[in-house]
Design a protein around this ligand. Sequence first.
Ligand code: SAM
Length: 273
Amino acid sequence: MDLWVTEYQTPSLGFACKVKETLAVEQTPFQYLSIVDTEQFGRMLLLDGMVMTTEKDEFVYHEMITQIALNSHPRPEQVLIIGGGDGGALREVVNHPLVEKGTLVEIDARVVENSKIYFPELSCSFQSPRAEVIIDDGISYVKQQKDKFDIIIIDSTEPVGPAVQLFQPEFYQAVYEALKEDGMLVAQSESPFFNQDIIKMVNEGVKMVFPLTKLYLAAVPTYPSGLWSFTVGSKKHDPELVVNKPQKPLKYYTSEIHQAAFKLPAFVGEIIG
Ligand code: SAM
């Protein structure tokens, strides 16, 4: 009998993948975690039934949530990631030649533990001498930091459960204060097709706090609609200008993609006004 996993991306749209093997299923203190091996995308991590990452397309999201800020900030030395417990964004951060330390604050230890077992290509970053992994609520952690980070990346689940406050202007204000005087924030801001309200909310919230706010896009096949958005808030540096390079060539990110990612289709431009 065939086994399929389906993410209900909207109340009337499902994204289904044929499953080769179920690897882990558990209710953590924060969310329902499942890891399955799929025919099309390899291993897939789902939280509360939503696809977080897969072996085959993780590189797009993880490169694009990190490399834009890492290569437009002239000294991306201290980088903080909120969420991102699979380790993929942290891998990009600690491999960047200019980073001194990547700190990851994930609320759910079970995401980190399961990633160590089932996603070694992401969780390898936890072993880096430049990495620190803290199990804590990112909101209370950020509130305790002042003038400390060059870049803060919000690699969160969508705004439900413990992630709700990660999308609020009060949190962006705390992020602003945790950043140095030329710091940059990057937040994943969901699909331009299905989550226009979230993009608008993030954009307006970040704009209230940061002098420079920009949106960029990347194509992530396993995320709802396949087109994903990221919002940058910057105190000083223009995130569109490429000033650094990764250590070695990557799979999605190039300097050309960096600039192209900010060129928005007309309907996306309209969302942010
Ligand atoms: N790339 C993903 C996506 O957009 O689907 C996000 C992946 S990552 C696994 C998201 C992580 O954010 C989850 O592991 C979740 O536990 C974590 N998270 C949610 N709220 C958080 C909070 N308040 N503080 C720290 N981590 C949080």
